[in-house]
Design a protein around this ligand. Structure first.
Ligand SMILES: Cc1cc2nc3c(=O)[nH]c(=O)nc-3n(C[C@H](O)[C@H](O)[C@H](O)COP(=O)(O)OP(=O)(O)OC[C@H]3O[C@@H](n4cnc5c(N)ncnc54)[C@H](O)[C@@H]3O)c2cc1C
Length: 420
């Protein structure tokens, strides 16, 4: 089997990439290990999705359904229940090894490849919790899947460890379904989820958020019976005398997401140690020519509208490259995050860049008033003032970098605090 563009993953990023690649004239295969399109959105039954893209407040399944309809109206070859096993780079194409129950193991050759495989959740093994391994320890996404897709309650009295957005959303969901959520425990000094989720999911339901606190031990052999929590000092060590045993039957973990890129390892794309996604240019093209990345596989987004936007860009560029109308070897200059910017995506700028470049970043700490400057060789290309930046909220700004000199040195992305 052959196609111009293969897209792996049919979440919002993969659906948008397939749509834009197909509209640009490419033959597209969309590969998805689940039966239906939609990715994680299928289990996000609350609303708040699509305000930018559709100008409406939609639920996750509604947002997914709208995109799936757009993809189905196009000649995109959707292969559901099909798993990507391996990928190899050939001189001018990629060879994918796929498996499904109709064809068994089979191959697909694609001129360009868009990876949109989302991310996976960190588990208890990755945060070294003490105790046995009883039933009743779930990641927030698993708990969401149990309640919203399978109609099963993961527990009746729950403790949540970590204050990521999915954990906050699950605190509310569990409460609405009749469970008691004893509290949310966060190691850091700040909540890692969005302020609106703290207000709507915790404060509205009187669920306490304990900062600088953690779960030290899980008790129970067959099933979780209790956990011991403790407060932490500034270095993260448990404070003597603050340990407390809480009777519960479920511990829900919301302790971080990891972009899903393990299958790309044989292709050796350059990776960003902060985002844990590939290093890309403004089109989502990685250091491997013809390999594109978008959505949560590229960086963990907080708004699905931006996920779709990144898929849209990558799909269109992959289609243009497949028909050779996008230069593979156009000069690319690096962009370096400085000062209070913890990272920047894209990390490379393909020149010339006549279109606005959508740049995503997060500050390292909360900043009331910030100056953003993009500098090349001592000259300011962009200079803006921003207000109320928080690490939990990704900034996604369209910036004009058309003045960047392709022969010049790399760009410095400065985010500085301005004293009021
Ligand atoms: C568990 C979880 C719960 C979330 N809940 C919320 C929420 O309640 N509210 C909210 O605003 N945001 C939520 N998010 C954020 C949300 O994931 C993103 O906004 C968005 O769904 C990311 O889209 P994506 O297309 O990048 O990835 P996904 O939606 O994760 O889609 C990735 C797709 O790739 C497929 N795939 C992966 N590997 C392979 C392979 N090898 N072969 C074939 N197919 C593959 C997967 O099956 C999946 O369908 C949640 C994220 C996670 C991980």
């Amino acid at each position: 089997m052959k196609c111009d563009v293969a897209v792996i993953g049919s979440g919002p990023a993969g659906m948008a990439a397939s749509e834009s690649a197909s509209l640009a004239g490419a033959s597209v295969c969309l590969i998805e290990r689940e039966e239906r399109m939609g990715g994680v959105l299928k289990q996000c039954v609350h609303d708040g999705f699509g305000l930018f893209r559709f100008g409406e407040k939609l639920t996750g399944p509604e947002y997914a359904w709208r995109y799936a309809q757009k993809v189905r109206a196009l000649p995109v070859d959707f292969m559901g229940s099909t798993y990507l096993k391996t990928v190899k780079k050939r001189e001018t194409s990629f060879l994918l090894e796929l498996v499904n129950s109709t064809h068994g193991v089979f191959s697909l050759e694609a001129r360009t490849l868009v990876t949109a495989m989302g991310c996976r959740e960190r588990t208890d093994r990755q945060i070294f919790l003490h105790g046995e391994r009883p039933a009743g320890v779930f990641t927030a996404g698993q708990a969401q899947h149990f309640i919203n897709i399978r109609g099963l309650m993961p527990g009746r009295r729950c403790v949540i460890l970590g204050s990521g957005d999915i954990g906050l959303i699950m605190a509310r969901r569990l409460t609405l379904e009749g469970a008691e959520v004893e509290g949310v425990y966060e190691v850091g000094e700040r909540c890692s989820g969005l302020p609106r989720n703290v207000a709507q999911c915790l404060e509205d339901y009187d669920i306490p958020l304990h900062l600088r606190s953690t779960v030290r031990t899980i008790h129970g052999r067959e099933r979780v019976e209790a956990v011991t929590v403790a407060q932490l000092d500034e270095e993260g060590h448990p404070l003597n005398g603050t340990e407390r045993r809480i009777e519960c039957d479920a511990l829900i973990l919301s302790v971080g997401l990891i972009p899903e890129n393990d299958l790309l390892a044989p292709l050796e794309p350059e990776m960003d140690p902060v985002t844990r996604g590939p290093v890309v240019d403004q089109w989502g093209q990685t250091s491997v020519p013809g390999l594109f990345s978008c959505g949560n596989a590229l960086q963990v987004y907080d708004l699905v509208d931006h996920v779709s936007e990144s898929g849209h860009r990558a799909g269109k560029a992959a289609a243009l490259l497949a028909e050779q109308s996008l230069a593979t070897r156009a000069p690319r200059i690096p962009i370096h995050a400085q000062d209070f910017a913890s990272y920047i995506v894209p990390q490379l700028l393909q020149c010339p860049s006549s279109e606005m470049v959508s740049m995503a970043f997060r500050p390292k700490t909360p900043i009331e008033k910030a100056s953003l400057r993009i500098v090349q060789d001592g000259q300011d290309l962009v200079c803006q003032t921003l207000h109320w930046l928080r690490p939990a909220e990704m900034q996604n700004l369209p910036l004009d970098l058309s003045q960047a000199n392709p022969q010049g040195p790399g760009l410095e992305f400065h985010l500085e605090q301005v004293m009021p």
